[in-house]
Design a binder for this molecule. Structure first.
Ligand code: ARG
Ligand code: ZN
Ligand code: CA
Length: 239
């Protein structure tokens, strides 16, 4: 699929007064997604020569469709999808076949966010982001610049972690991402060699600080775009 893609976003916020989510957080998150998915992250210019020719403009535009807020007394939601069901104190998804649903709540356990891969249950389709990690200049510190959503939306668009969640020979099903033996953290210096090649630590699908991740590859772009062809899991977004 080669056309420009627009994805309307529904932001579902389970409000915790100790972790406020402002309209500025929401607006800046949409901006960050648009930068990252349109090769407009200013940090990308620092890509090492080995990787710079692989940088992809994914050409997906995210628009804010609506914001739903609900007061909650729950301090930790965990990762069992309760935030996605009104019957469990959460907010029901809005038309997941035509909107990206983004839930914002206190997840707990040091988890920044999580996502559902394509092909899962409709009611739980979307992305969950911890309240301190939505948008720019948040309370999230080194994870306070909106890249958790970029990473989780990557999963929602079928991307695996850059290391394939295994050791050197485990594939992420993308040929132009070098294999690695595991996640990288912090802000690694280039080259960080594992599995006899430099890790693409600056890929959005690694685990580095928000400011240190700044690229998707052409191969990842192909994998995401394959969802939008006729018969693909997300074709309903482009019809
Ligand atoms: N699912 C990952 C976690 O919760 C998200 C990592 C996002 N990385 C980031 N720099 N924001 O740990
Ligand atoms: Zn992940
Ligand atoms: Ca690979």
């Amino acid at each position: 699929y080669t056309e420009a893609i627009t994805i309307p976003v529904i932001v579902n916020i389970l409000e915790d007064p100790a972790h406020p989510v402002t309209q500025a957080h929401i607006d800046s998150q949409i901006e960050i997604l648009n930068e990252d998915y349109n090769n407009a992250n200013p940090n990308t210019s620092g890509a090492p020569a080995e990787f710079s020719s692989l940088v992809a403009d994914v050409n997906i535009t995210f628009t804010l469709a609506s914001v739903n807020r609900k007061a909650s007394t729950k301090t930790t939601w965990g990762t069992n999808d309760a935030m996605k069901y009104a019957s469990q104190g959460g907010i029901d998804a809005t038309s997941p076949s035509t909107y990206l649903n983004l839930w914002v709540c206190e997840i707990g356990g040091g988890i920044l966010g999580y996502a559902q891969f394509p092909g899962g249950t409709n009611a739980t389709d979307g992305v969950v982001i911890g309240s301190d990690f939505l948008g720019e200049n948040t309370a999230g510190g080194v994870y306070g610049d909106g890249r958790t959503a970029t990473h989780e939306v990557g999963h929602w668009l079928n991307l695996r972690h850059i290391w394939g969640d295994g050791r050197c020979r485990q594939d992420d099903f993308v040929t132009d991402t070098p294999s690695s033996d595991g996640a990288n953290y912090g802000c690694p210096t280039y080259p960080t060699i594992n599995c006899k090649s430099a890790d693409m630590t600056m890929n959005y699908m690694d685990y580095v600080y928000d400011d240190c991740m700044y690229m998707f590859t052409a191969g990842q772009n192909d994998r995401m775009r394959a969802l939008f062809i006729p018969g693909g899991a997300k074709e309903s977004f482009v019809n």
